[in-house]
Design a protein around this ligand. Structure first.
Ligand code: G16
Length: 557
């Protein structure tokens, strides 16, 4: 590091001191904390992003968001060149950087890391970072801190994309690195064109008139509602009514996290909406769940991420089997594409049974899109979803190239055949569904296209299988990191004795299943329980909460 670079860093780092008495950690989805404590962290992640850009020779993304957390929190996520999450190999460096006590230690850390990673700073390509933020009021100040961090690496530049959804920012990073225009307009165009294409290839007789069919979307009073309003202006074939698109408090009694965990009607919805198909996004629009309001006007019937996954799996499997019956009827010219699904321990047991009955390979990973995404990328078509509604479908480049060629062949030998339509539907799906990260907007359009394709109501969709009753609770403990888990978070290995106590309790309930894990986005330990009846699931969850309390000292909230 030359003298000029050093003094630039010293000068800017001294303006962002580490708040006393806090320890930051790059959790499930980046750094998250009370917004008032985050300026130094965001500044430092700005430096990290510039370095990552130099190292990879590509554009990197920084998103200022705390997604489903309360409005007073904020956070920062890094998007790698592919648009996916920051490579896990850099997370320890991110932790060390965020916690380095003073500018001199910070510079020493940077120098060591640059050497270790063989990053040449002199004559390096220009670092470029795309910046985005959600609607949190603290976002503006934090974006400024990120800009200071980026530009404290000499020559590094940024483009501020303003208020965007997290998946839009990830999509833009991916687009930019593929030489595609990284703009919101282009993102919307791609979604609208591919959605239209899926509607155009709906089997004859299945096209429905949407006159009376409306979808109501809960925007969580975050960025998603505002973006759907914009998307709607170019949308045909679907009527959407948006609620909670910014007037109320972010994520408070609204949004995908609230709806999925509490299973009650979000603010702004009521008895007049009974029987209507509804969807909820979270604060930065990377999660999506559906629901319908039950006749009592307060409770809901939830259609969660597992059911979205199941709907996608069913549709994609069908298209693959149509495609693989070649013109000779024997399957020549077929490509045995691997289709797999990825879930976490939160997946409802009934969904896993259903997916296995479909003949699909089901793989489990720990919570966190970064883990699921990596696993899903091992398939030609990999579908991943967390029960909380975070997920997407990944298509391998090899499969897409084959599909493209096959589509051209089919258009000359059997234009307009069922097989060609299946190829076109798969190609359109790969364009519609975000290839970088879970995206509520693109997920919603794919759900809607498939429901129209199958001529299904939300009720028919919900009947794919019946969820086992479940309950999720959270508890604040003295140190959540004292909980260490294994086997995709299904077993507690430390503190000793906790797992045995959980097992003893679970054994009392028919079809009981329960696990605990430390959250990576909130200062809590989460408890998940499943059982044959709602009463049993509630009782199991509360008993295990007491176990957590006994071993770790806590108070539920
Ligand atoms: C983030 C992650 C998700 C994870 C969720 C909750 O979502 O991207 O993969 O499921 O946090 O994580 P935890 O249980 O560790 O708090 P979001 O929508 O908040 O960014």
């Amino acid at each position: 590091m030359n003298h000029e670079q050093r003094s630039l860093l010293l000068h800017s780092a001294s303006r962002f001191p580490l708040p006393p008495g806090v320890k930051f950690s790059y959790g499930t989805a980046g750094f998250r904390a009370d917004a008032a404590m985050l300026e130094s962290t965001v500044f430092r992640v700005g430096i990290l992003a510039a370095l990552r850009s130099i190292k990879t020779g590509s554009t990197i993304g920084l998103m200022i968001t705390a997604s489903h957390n309360k409005v007073s929190d904020n956070g920062i996520k890094v998007a790698d060149p592919s648009g996916g999450m920051l490579t896990q190999g850099w997370e320890p460096f991110a932790d060390a950087l965020a916690n380095s006590p003073d500018p001199d230690t910070l510079i020493q850390l940077l120098e060591d890391f640059v050497k270790e990673e063989n990053i040449t700073l002199d004559g390096a390509p220009t670092a470029h970072v795309l910046l985005g933020r959600d609607t949190r009021p603290s976002g503006m100040l934090l974006v400024e801190a990120a800009k200071q961090g980026i530009t404290s690496m000499m020559g590094a530049i940024f483009t501020d994309m303003g208020v965007v959804t997290t998946p839009q920012l990830h999509w833009m990073v991916r687009a930019k690195n593929k030489g595609i225009e990284a703009s919101e307009r282009n993102y919307f165009d791609q979604l609208l064109t591919s959605f239209r294409c899926l509607l155009d290839y709906i089997p004859q007789g299945n096209s429905v008139s949407n006159e009376d069919d409306i979808l109501i979307v809960d925007g969580a009073d975050g960025v998603g509602g505002e973006k759907i309003e914009k998307l709607k202006t170019g949308l045909s074939g679907l009527r959407i009514d948006v609620r909670n698109s910014g007037g109320g408090e972010l994520n408070e009694g609204v949004g995908a996290d609230f709806v999925q965990k509490e299973k009650v009607v979000p603010r702004g919805f009521g008895p007049a909406d009974i029987g209507i198909r509804c969807a909820s996004l979270d604060g930065d629009a990377d999660r999506l769940v559906y629901f319908s309001i039950l006749p009592d006007g307060n409770k809901i019937s939830l259609v969660d991420g597992d059911k979205i996954l199941s709907l996608f799996a069913l549709f994609l499997k069908e298209q693959l089997s149509i495609l693989n019956v070649a013109e000779d009827g024997k399957g020549n010219n077929s490509y045995q594409a691997s289709l797999g699904v990825v879930q976490t321990a939160y997946a409802n047991g009934a969904s896993t049974d259903y997916l296995k009955q479909l003949g699909l390979e089901v793989v489990f990973t720990p919570t966190g899109v970064k883990y699921l995404h990596e696993k899903a990328a091992e398939f030609d078509i990999g579908i991943y979803f967390e029960a909380n509604g975070h997920g997407t479908v990944l298509f391998s480049e090899t499969f897409l190239s084959w599909l493209d060629i096959r589509n051209h062949e089919l258009s000359s030998i059997s234009k307009g055949s069922e097989q060609q339509k299946a190829a076109l539907r798969l190609l359109a799906t790969s364009q519609l569904i975000n290839q970088a990260v879970g995206d509520a907007l693109s997920g919603l359009l794919l759900v809607e296209a498939i429901l129209q394709h199958k001529r299904w109501s939300i009720f028919r969709w919900n009947e794919l299988y019946q969820d086992l009753p479940s309950r999720q609770l959270k508890v604040k403990v003295v140190d959540r990191n004292a909980v260490v888990t294994a086997n995709a978070e299904t077993v507690v290995v430390s503190p000793i004795g906790v797992q045995e106590a959980i097992d003893n309790e679970t054994a009392k309930y028919p079809q009981g299943r329960c696990f605990i894990r430390p959250s990576g986005t909130e200062d809590v330990v989460r408890v998940y329980a499943e059982a044959l009846t709602q009463e049993s699931a509630d009782s199991l969850a509360h008993s295990v909460l007491s176990i957590v309390d006994r071993f770790l000292g806590g108070s539920s909230n």
